[in-house]
Each structure stands twice: as C-alpha cells, then as structure tokens.
Design a protein around this ligand. Sequence first.
Ligand code: HEM
Length: 495
Amino acid sequence: PSLPPLVFYWIPFFGSAASYGEEPLTFFFKCREKYGDVFTFVLMGRRMTVALGPKGNNFILGGRLTQVSAEEAYTHLTTPVFGKGVAYDVPNHVLMEQKRFVKVGLTIEHFRAYVAMIDKEVGDYFDSSRFFPTYQTGSTTEWGKFNAFRALSELTILTASRTLQGEEVRNGLDASFAQYYHDLDGGFTPLNFMFPNLPLPSYWRRDRAHKAMSDFYINVIQKRKEQGGSEAGYDMIESLMNQTYKDGRALYDYEVAHIMIALLMAGQHTSSATTSWALLHATARPDIMEKMWEEQVKLFGQPDGTLRPMTFEDMKEMPVLDSVIRETLRMHPPIHSIIRKVIAPMDVPGSLAAPSKDRSYQIPKGHFLLASPAVAQIDPKIWKNADTWEPGRWNDTDGVAAEEYKKYVDSEGDKVDYGFGLVSKGTESQYLPFGAGRHRCIGEQFAYVQVGTIIASFVRRIEMKIEGRVPDHNYRTMITLPKEPCNIMYRRRQA
Ligand code: HEM
C-alpha cells in the first residue's frame, strides 16, 4: 500500500498552516479537486490526513478504538482548560462513563423546566443589557442595534448557568466567575492547539483561571455536601454528585468540577455561534423572519393579543424555527475540523479512495486524521443551491435535505450503545453537525432547547433586520464565528 497524496508546500514544518488556518474549507475543496477525497497535509510538523465526504466521515468517526484516539489528539489543548481526570485526560472507557453521567442530568424533566428559565433570562437581559437601550425606553417606533455575537455570547452563558450550571454559577457570573471564564477561554484557541505550552501571559492566565474555577466548583460542591443539597434543586452538579463509576466509586469533587468546566466550554461557543448565525441569516430574509413570527402567533397567540408562555412540548411544534436551526447548522457547523490520532496503521477502503485498481492507501501510525463534515454539508455536488441559506429545503419533500432528515430521524435501528445511551452509528452521512460514533455530541438536545428558546424569545419581543449583509466566517477561533461587524437592528414589538 502507498501513502495518501501529500499536499504540496514550500516551507518545511509550517507546511499548509496558512491556507488551512485562514480558510480551511476552501483549502479542503481545492485539495479535493487535485487529490481526491483522501490526502495528507503538513501542519506545524504534524501529518494530517483528511478524509472527505460521507465515506470519509464514516472512516474517521467510525474508526476503531484500536486504531484511532481522540484523547491523543486533544488532551494537550483540553486538559489545561478542563483539568485532570476528565474528558481526554482519561482512557476512552472512562470518558464513556462520564458521558453517561452527564446524560443522566440531561433529561426531559430538566428540559421542561429550562424553557421558562431561558425565556425569563432573555426577558431580564432585554430589560438590563447595554445592547438594548431603546427596548428599555419602551418605544415601539425607534430602532436600535446590537452586536449579534456579543449579545448572544452573554445570553448563552447566562442561560446555560441558569439551567445546566446551577444557581451558584449564575450568581458568580455577576462577579468573579465571569473573569475566570474569560481567561480560561483565552487559553482555548488554535494557538494553544498548535503549541500546548508557550511562555506567554495568556497561558499563565489560563492556568490561573483553571485553578480558580476548579476551586469555585469544589467550593460549591463542598457547601452543598455540608448543607445536604442545593437550594436550587436538582441540577447537573447535584446529578454528578450522585453518580458512581462501574467499580462503585463515586466521583471525586475535582472530577465533578472538571466535568462542569468541560460542559461549560463545550456548550458556550457552539451554541452562541449557532444562535448568532441563525439570527444573522434570518434577519437578512424578511420572509423567514415573518414566518417565524407567524409561527409564534399561531401557536401562542391569545384573544387579547398577548402570547402565552412557551413550554418544552411547544418546541416540537415549531417547524419553521426548527428548520432555521437545522439549516444554520448545515452551513455553519461550529466545528470545522474533528481530529484523531492514528495509533495503528489504517487501510483506506478502496470505495473511499485508492491510487489504482490493485493498490490501496495506508495511513501510518503517528498521522492525525481530520474529518470535516462541513465539506459534505456545503458540497454543491450534494445539495441544491448549496451556498444559499434556505430553511425551506428541510420541508421540501423530495430534496437531499428531506432524505437526510428522514435518515436522521429513522436512524434508530442503526444505533449502538457506547455505554451512555444509544448513538447513531450513521457516520456515513452528509449531515453531521454534532459528529457521530462514540464521540458524538451529547449536548444536542440541550443545544436545541437553548438555541431554539433564545431565538423564539427574541422573535416574540422584537422585530429585527440585519445591518448590512451576513458576515463571512472567522476561522481564527476554535469555533467558526461570524466576522465583525455582525450587527442586527431591532425595534420593540407592540405589547
Ligand atoms: C462532542 C458539536 C453543543 C457537549 C461534539 C462533537 C461535535 C459537537 C461535532 C464531536 C467532537 C469529536 O468527535 O471530536 C456541537 C454543536 C453544539 C454542541 C454543533 C451546539 C450547537 C454542546 C453542548 C454540550 C456539548 C451544549 C454540553 C452540554 C459535548 C460533549 C461531547 C461533544 C460532552 C463529547 C466529546 C467526546 O466524546 O469526545 N459536539 N456540540 N456539546 N459535545 Fe457538543
């Protein structure tokens, strides 16, 4: 067998870092044109083998434990941020147990309570945020504007704390906790991924913030133990404190603390980016904006012209909102590169890529694998008008989207149990914003509740239109964000 084709580069070690770093998807499409679905590029001395398309997704995300390792690809980035003993600092079977623990705290009962809490948090935000002064005057004629990403980042952490993270974290956000979060986040960047430890202030701040945040949670846990529970009721911390590993051991306080940090980081930019992109696109399409409003009125409108409160059950009755989120995740999946390290040589199946009929590719141990479901999600060979944001495609009964959606819904039979509930094995898909296989996201339902409720709460309170046009992607951050400026104009709706 031979090695996959190597992408040409001029500067040793540095390799294709510039083209990949600036515009990863353009880089992947160009390489695919030249080399096919499987190729290797050099990134700061590392050999990254990319496998594209549904089959490429399947090859990497469905890779066997004996061949691919997520922890060896991610630990140097995540362990200084999340802390010891969790996620990629532990063997895979321990991560699987930890994902199961988290699942226990993400139940329908919790989601039921969350919708009202999130809506209230958005209401309070409109009443107090520096972004909404004209809302606060009560005027329904005057337009103001807000920075979509900044406002939605604030709302994401506020609503995640109010719900998942618990009362102590929510209260801490008005004080020290916000600064810890800020500094920790400053240590979760592509630079940290490339160079785990540099003698730079941002790295020192990251380490200090990790310690402070870990202590913050441990303190909360110890206080709760002393008081025999939390006043806020049953939340994720409480749920984790009650779990035990298969060998019967309960979680150490620092493990609970570090899982909470991991969840905070996993959900923050992914959700805030999704909500921002969704609103930026929808406000650029007055027809869709109008449909979202009509959906609210139809479902919640009262004879006196007010809207009744939303419930979790209602969330399933909003096909327009649902298609807006689904379409946003098609065009802007927050994670553009999913990475694994190859720990035993892997043969590339001929159906995915082969140099000739009687030879195949083999990926050696030590390479990294890179899956980018984003490529298939915007591939013009797969989707009609692939680069147009068109939520309607998800309701179209005979397009690719409808087919993918049906597969997604029907994939029950295909599911396997990795120890934390059934997960769709359907890694051979053209639509995988939440990944697939054993490392698949467990936050999907929470994200839909959070993102959906926030968007609906906006639509219910304000009219919106975009200032300018939908921004380009900023790939310099870990999560694909909208470039600045990303402003939205708003006007308070008639009460
Ligand atoms: C894993 C996307 C929100 C927790 C993943 C993966 C993707 C993803 C693509 C797979 C990573 C890999 O295979 O290396 C998203 C998107 C989100 C979102 C698009 C929102 C729109 C959340 C939230 C939480 C969360 C809110 C927590 C409450 C996790 C966890 C994993 C994961 C624990 C598992 C990592 C592993 O097993 O290695 N997510 N996520 N995510 N996500 Fe999410």
